[in-house]
Design a protein around this ligand. Sequence first.
Ligand code: NAP
Length: 322
Amino acid sequence: MRFGVAKRGPGRRNLVKYSPIQRERRPPFPFSFLLDATMTAQIIDGKALAETLRQSFKARVEALAAKGHRPGLVVILVGADPASEVYVRNKVNGCLAIGMHSEKITYDASVDQAVVLAKIAELNADPNIHGILVQLPLPKHFDEEKVLEAISAEKDVDGFHAENVGALAQGNPRFIPCTPYGVMKMFEQGKVDLNGQEAVVIGRSNIVGKPMALLLINAGATVTVCNSRTRDLKFHTSRADIVVAAVGKPKFVTGDMIKPGAVVIDVGINRLPDGKLCGDVDFASCAEVAGQITPVPGGVGPMTITMLLANTIEAAERKAGL
Ligand code: NAP
């Protein structure tokens, strides 16, 4: 059923049907005319944007290759986690599809950390490799921080090295973590002016929530970062112009938590019992209230690998002095 559409027809006089959320939010008489009864969110299409960006990268890759600097990415995978294997394959194939060099190095889950650290040292010194990525999570016997810090900050295309995190915090980023970088590109695509906006980020992970918050701060937004201990999440989300959900809980953010017209970005990737993918946002109810929204799949997901390609090309351009 489509809500909020005026039905005109024989025997009916402008009957407007409101969804439960719209009913709850309908301004009281005499201001009810203020409600845009047909409001449904515009979709920010991450899949299409990712494709456009990837096409535009090809010329940069060829320009670099012509000067002897074909961008190269190495992805290290430890163990045989099926989801990680898919991510790694997509990363390598994403590089190859636009003419970059890419290779995967795999280790058994029982490998000694020293072996992986030695390989990273070798890759740090390899002039043909511009980006090094270690697929997370690592097996329990690994010290994740030590491994990430072993990657040269100049080749840390994931942006997780402390030096790069610090540069981002200072507002002078060198490599921006790929997922929040992709979200920033989606704001650009949706022509969202972040200056002065109230933004709420749900989640404070090093991979998504924290760097996302830093990017929003740098862009002039007023930022609130929520976590599992936040007392009244709805209080924060319902006054936000921008909500970024990075929680890891399917359909966690519902339409009644969203301010009408807000921009809702869904970072979540969750697998439902029926095998389908869904985000952290309940798309159906949020799309009724939001001004713009990202879908899952086809939203932030495709942008993440795209920005990994962007970071690797940027690394190669820096090395080539371009
Ligand atoms: P994470 O490390 O598990 O972090 C989840 C965050 O959500 C934590 O900060 C946690 O708070 C917070 N949280 C949990 N329950 C909450 C609640 N009830 N209220 C408010 N905050 C709550 O996950 P992540 O790595 O950031 O990933 C988040 C989601 O994004 C996952 O679905 C993941 O699969 C997805 N993801 C997608 C991409 C992509 O390319 N699209 C990339 C990375 C991740 P505490 O810190 O207090 O525990």
